[in-house]
Design a protein. Structure first.
Length: 451
């Protein structure tokens, strides 16, 4: 490995693929050597160890703060000896939250939730790094060059038009520039503390509208803690859909499972990475990627996706905040829909959660369901098919917040969900801030229980 020896170039050694050894010395001069699997990179001068148990290593460090760590690069077998000095234990703040989120994500994916309990993040300053002589393998190929891929992706985001275009460009960039085949983009619903899928690639079904609560799995933990969560090894006994179903059943919510959209995803992913999409301190979305190969996503890719998601988050935030003059013109008078004759499309609405069923099949719920129900009501009552985002924002029945209401994301979700589930009902964009309700059959509106 060429260049100065800092933790930046030694990050592959801190993945936990090959356990590191740490040697400490007690107050009585007795040495102790043990293996640790979780050394976390902090910056080029500091690393952190999770403090979960008061063991011999912890006891020695409190008595004598200097330790030696032996690490190995999992690709080249190069070994490095680090002299580190214990500085402090953090029990709050960004670093503690990141380590806590990482442990929570691992626990959630291995069925160990409630067992892992982080007491603190022990921070060490790296005083010296020296290579250990020995045979090494040539560096392995680690995929596309990340900086050029990042630059091309950010440039493409800058040319995207509208939120739907931005989402498509982002997903295409992950696939074409970074070679990521399995991916999801989930928008945040802060009021409900949930995420909903607006786009996915690499799966038999899109899963548009499927939801994940904050704090569940790597995706939910990344959303709750607002830090990237990365898992390098398989979690074979964990699947989002099954866990959510078990939670619902144990919580007495089994009757609501018919309104759960199945989540896409690999049955047993070997590598997973969830990156929060932020605009300042505001969570906009979470990008999730996975692979069937172990140790597929490293620190460098995580850095690249964090930078890409920062650009995405700012662009999304600006697009989702309503602005004056957001429509292409004032629009003409309401138009009637020319429907083809046929059996009526039966649409049932339940007001308790704004869930909508089409021909007895669940379609959508929440704000997106309330939007669709309003559009269909206006169509049935007035024969309308042309609508604008401005009038939806002014509709009191939708109860949208006054600022950054996420309306465009809801419309994209509704549009994509209809493409998945209905051949006779569509929402088509007709201009900036304007869209059309397209129906292939007459509509019969039905109010369900509480509707």
């Amino acid at each position: 490995m060429s260049g100065p020896l800092t933790l930046d170039v030694l990050r592959p050694c801190l993945e936990g693929i090959v356990p590191a050894g740490i040697a400490t010395c007690g107050a009585d001069g007795m040495p102790n050597v043990t293996y640790v699997s979780q050394l976390m990179y902090v910056d080029q001068e500091h690393l952190a160890l999770s403090f979960q148990f008061f063991n011999k290593t912890r006891e020695n460090i409190l008595a004598n703060p200097v330790a030696t760590v032996l690490t190995m690069d999992p690709d080249t077998a190069a070994r490095y000896r680090l002299t580190v000095r214990y500085l402090r234990t953090e029990t709050a703040g960004p670093l503690f939250e990141r380590m806590k989120a990482k442990l929570a994500g691992i626990a959630s994916h291995t069925g160990m939730a409630g067992v892992f309990h982080l007491l603190g993040a022990d921070i060490y300053r790296v005083q010296a790094v020296e290579p250990v002589p020995g045979r090494e393998l040539p560096p392995a190929w680690n995929g596309p060059a990340l900086l050029p891929a990042l630059r091309r992706s950010i440039d493409a985001l800058g040319r995207a038009e509208g939120l739907d275009g931005l989402i498509d460009v982002f997903c295409s960039s992950l696939e074409r520039q970074f070679g990521i085949q399995h991916q999801m983009l989930l928008m945040a619903d802060a009021a409900r503390q949930r995420l909903f899928i607006v786009a996915s690639r690499g799966y038999p079904s899109s899963g548009a509208g499927a939801e994940i609560p904050y704090g569940v799995g790597v995706i939910g933990v990344a959303a709750r803690e607002r830090v990237p969560i990365r898992i390098m090894f398989p979690a074979s006994e964990y699947a989002y859909g099954r866990v959510l179903r078990e939670q619902a059943t144990s919580g007495g919510l089994a009757e609501q499972l018919e309104t759960a959209i199945p989540l896409p995803g690999l049955a047993e992913p070997a590598s997973q990475l969830a990156v929060p999409v932020l605009a300042g301190n505001h969570l906009v979305a979470v990008a999730y990627v996975e692979s069937q190969h172990e140790c597929h996503f490293g620190y460098d890719l995580e850095d690249a996706l964090v930078a890409l998601c920062a650009s995405l988050g700012l662009a999304m935030h600006l697009l989702q905040c309503p602005m004056d003059g957001e429509e292409d013109g004032a629009g003409g008078p309401p138009e009637a829909v020319a429907e083809r004759p046929g059996v009526a499309l039966r649409v049932r609405h339940f007001s308790r959660d704004d869930s909508v069923f089409v021909d007895d099949d669940y379609l959508i719920k929440g704000v997106a369901g309330a939007i669709l129900w309003k559009l269909l009501q206006d169509h049935v009552q007035d024969g309308r098919c042309e609508f604008s985002t401005r009038e939806l924002r002014l509709a009191p029945a939708l109860r949208l917040p006054e600022v950054c209401d996420n309306l465009d994301a809801r419309l994209i979700l509704l549009q994509r969900r209809l493409l998945d589930r209905s051949d006779s009902l569509r929402i088509e964009k007709t201009g900036r801030g304007r869209f059309r309700l397209a129906l292939g059959r007459p509509v019969l509106l039905l109010a369900g229980e509480g509707g």
